[in-house]
Design a binder for this molecule. Structure first.
Ligand code: GLA
Length: 371
């Protein structure tokens, strides 16, 4: 039987682009409503952040006597359907969470062996996105545990974005393209420079497996949570966008600083992420001590190119992107809206420690090789 890869699942354009929204763990109902309100009032929803994703702990500790999942009456007394109606009335979409195991990571009931019942329930609630975790998995091969939920979601007839959260344990990039719309490639991110850079490098390895309909997911954005500098958060957002990662905000959108908002609402960076060509940009050139001077790049639609100069060194340096490294013939002349002269053979800029600069270039001759 042919596997349906669900390329018709939802997105903000018609092909499935990386999802954008926010992600919240252990959040109760009234707070979640205010977060949904904030997505709209801040203008983030208009920029494409439309998914409001509930994480672990929304469900009751046990299934009911009919074996169905129920919401935790303390945190979601009105149930998920009421929440979904509220979110939809604002033009947003609702994401929910379950687990391809006996329990979720916080020991609420998992969906393993309950896939059809749970998918039907989620669809009846109007859910648009499912994050499917990997705890308490009974040692069963993920290639056996994740497809049944894909089939169950497809069988509901509702378009539901299927986000696999397998932590990269069994190299999901190699097989999950036939199963879901995104797959976590790594363990959980935390709000530190070390975690963010490690995860960027791990996710980079799987670049060639990403494309419209199925994306590598290096986990949510920590931007705005306080553990990194402004420059580090700028680099985090820029590199996630260039890698075509789902852009799931992980900070409190009701109380963002101006700097946090500026980073998350950068339209040009968002357009890189949502570019219809859907090619994941990669680390293409490293130099300097421990390779801390880095160039990340990838092709965009309309023969354009995105190039990030990322300074991972501990002082300000000049980062150079040689054209061969970004897939251009050295004689190619390239223009950029903020650079007065056309550039030939390489491009350099001074970049603060841990910051990254993102450029969209238009080559005047065609790109000669794929990067
Ligand atoms: C796992 C996932 C996280 C989060 C927690 C919630 O660790 O990888 O993203 O969902 O569970 O319990």
């Amino acid at each position: 039987m042919e596997i349906r890869v669900s390329l018709d699942r939802p997105s903000i354009a018609f092909t499935i682009l990386p999802s954008m929204g926010f992600f919240s763990s252990t959040m109760a109902w009234p707070e979640l409503l205010r977060w949904a309100d904030a997505l709209v009032t801040t203008g983030l929803a208009d920029l494409g952040y439309v998914y409001v994703n509930i994480d672990d702990c929304w469900s009751h500790l046990t299934r009911n006597s009919e074996g169905q999942l129920e919401t935790d009456p303390k945190t979601f007394p009105s149930g998920i359907k009421a929440l979904s109606d509220y979110v939809h009335a604002k033009g947003l979409k609702l994401g929910i969470y379950s687990d391809a195991g006996a329990f979720t990571c916080q020991v609420r009931p998992g969906s393993l062996f309950h896939e059809n019942d749970d998918a039907e329930l989620f669809a009846s609630w109007g859910v648009d996105y499912l994050k499917y975790d990997n705890c308490f998995n009974l040692g069963i091969d993920p290639k056996k545990r994740y497809p049944p939920m894909r089939d169950a979601l497809n069988a509901t007839g509702r378009r539901i974005f299927y986000s696999l959260c397998e932590w990269g344990v069994d190299d999901p990039a190699l097989w999950a393209g036939k199963v879901g719309n995104s797959w976590r490639t790594t363990d959980d991110i935390n709000d530190t420079w070390a975690s963010m850079t490690t995860i960027a490098d791990l996710n980079d390895k799987w670049a060639v497996y990403a494309g419209p309909g199925g994306w590598n997911d290096p986990d949510m954005l920590e931007v705005g949570n306080g553990g990194m500098t402004y420059q580090e958060y700028r680099a985090h957002f820029g590199i996630w966008a260039l890698m075509k990662a789902p852009l799931l905000i992980g900070c409190d959108v009701r109380n963002m600083t101006a700097e946090t908002f500026e980073i998350l609402s950068n339209k040009e960076v968002i357009l890189v992420n949502q570019d219809p060509l859907g090619v994941q940009g990669r680390k293409v050139y490293v130099s300097g001590p421990e390779g801390c001077s880095q160039v990340w790049a990838g092709p965009l639609s309309r023969h354009r190119l995105v190039v990030a100069l990322w300074n991972r060194c501990s002082e300000t340096i000049t980062v150079t992107a040689p054209w061969e490294a970004v897939g251009l013939d050295s004689s190619t002349s390239v223009s950029h809206k903020d650079v007065a002269e056309d550039v030939v053979s390489s491009f350099s800029a001074q970049v603060d420690s841990h910051d990254s600069h993102l450029y969209i270039f238009t080559p005047h001759t065609s790109v000669v090789s794929k990067i």
